[in-house]
Design a protein around this ligand. Sequence first.
Ligand SMILES: Cc1cc2nc3c(=O)[nH]c(=O)nc-3n(C[C@H](O)[C@H](O)[C@H](O)COP(=O)(O)OP(=O)(O)OC[C@H]3O[C@@H](n4cnc5c(N)ncnc54)[C@H](O)[C@@H]3O)c2cc1C
Length: 463
Amino acid sequence: MSPADSWGRYPHVEQQTRSLVWRSDALPHGEGSLLPRGLGRSYGDSCLNAGGTLLLTAGLDRLIDFDPTTGLARCEAGVSLDTLLRLCVPRGWFLPVTPGTKFVTVGGAIANDVHGKNHHRSGTFGRHVRRFELLRSDGSRRMCSLEENPDWFGATVGGLGLTGLVTWAEVQLVPIRNPFVVQETIPFENLDGFFRVSRESEADHEFTVSWVDCLARGRKLGRGLFYRGNFAPSQFERLPLAKSHLSHGAGLAVPVDLPAFCLNRLSVSAFNLLYYHRQRGRPSQQLIHYDPFFYPLDAVHGWNRIYGRQGFLQFQCVVPHATARDAVKELLERSARGGLPSFLSVLKTFGDLPSPGWLSFPRPGITLALDFANRGEKTWRLVEALDRVTREAGGAVYPAKDARMGPESFAAYFPQRERFAPYVDPAFSSSFWRRVNPVSLPMPSLEGRGDSAAPPASLLALR
Ligand SMILES: Cc1cc2nc3c(=O)[nH]c(=O)nc-3n(C[C@H](O)[C@H](O)[C@H](O)COP(=O)(O)OP(=O)(O)OC[C@H]3O[C@@H](n4cnc5c(N)ncnc54)[C@H](O)[C@@H]3O)c2cc1C
């Protein structure tokens, strides 16, 4: 992947790059504004900086300290979750929260305050970050935690890389007894089925997520497969091993951009039908390695190329429980009749643990993620319509997956943006930030704002 692209490969922009090597160095100068860049696994333009400079953090890849008795890991911000897993799993520790790919950096996970299959139990990644160092363009360095500079902590977690460069961070890992997960797969016949299985699963299962057949309509609208699991205990019953029970190893790769006609309504319908029916309507239980359980897509390197040269748009929203049933139904209906099949559709319930970042996306409700090949105007119109449904339902769209939301939507989804704006480093910006703030927000001085207010007690209780 070119460092000029995001994972959705849309939009394409011209920008410079500067590689960072030492965390003790001052920030390099570049053309235009600066923006840190991890592994570019954000889909839209929050990791792009048209006309500016990306600060590539891949060189900040050192593990600084790891205590195998407490599971506290300190590392530079360019260390990937993959690297952390290689270190911690053999020693009986795991990531407290992980997104659906392990090829993201610790800095990127903080800046988007990422969530995983255990959001209903563990909240977001930022809740497990004990502290980090923030380097600003004026050369100042701040230690940030819930106790020290808590306002800078709240602005930077979920802060889209705009408050400065996170040079290193300390993350609290969680203990595991072995690297296998006991996974159950439960087919559900429609949206009501999803809500029912989700409710039944949350108390006893650490990890939950569902794949949805986005082309099913009528009484079958929202049918899919519900995956739930827990790390296996040290002693467990004999269970069948999943076909993909081992770690991915070298994996497959998509070597070229596939032509646009490969992903059409017919091919996606056929895939969805086969995928849904492979369960034959019956629940199953299997033992599966954490790698295919958490990162099924990582098995196919460069899978984003299946969408062709024009790239794709992902749409991920969350809608509150009160409006979720109607809103998710409408989102799925619109997407099913929009003539643009979503290849990958995922539903999940977010829990109510507060996210520590002022601009964090996760909040209580149901989250739905849909992928659409970029077919220009048609795709745009569909995703705009989904955005309107989300707004009317009082929900929010995830900036890490967005290449399109307008300023009004951003303001509605992230009411804390005005509190956040003064913390943006004056030398930093991104294509996303300029898009959602076309007119500069007033930048009140930080002096005397009282932003060092103590974090919510529920966050401190984690300590
Ligand atoms: C297959 C796949 C599955 C995914 N599943 C999920 C999921 O389940 N949950 C979820 O939440 N997300 C998910 N994502 C999105 C992904 O986790 C986030 O976009 C993540 O932030 C990407 O990290 P990155 O290192 O690639 O950072 P980039 O995409 O390069 O950058 C992301 C942001 O982090 C900032 N940043 C990077 N490094 C630093 C630093 N050192 N200091 C300050 N800011 C920095 C950048 O400026 C940018 O704003 C998924 C993505 C893919 C491709």
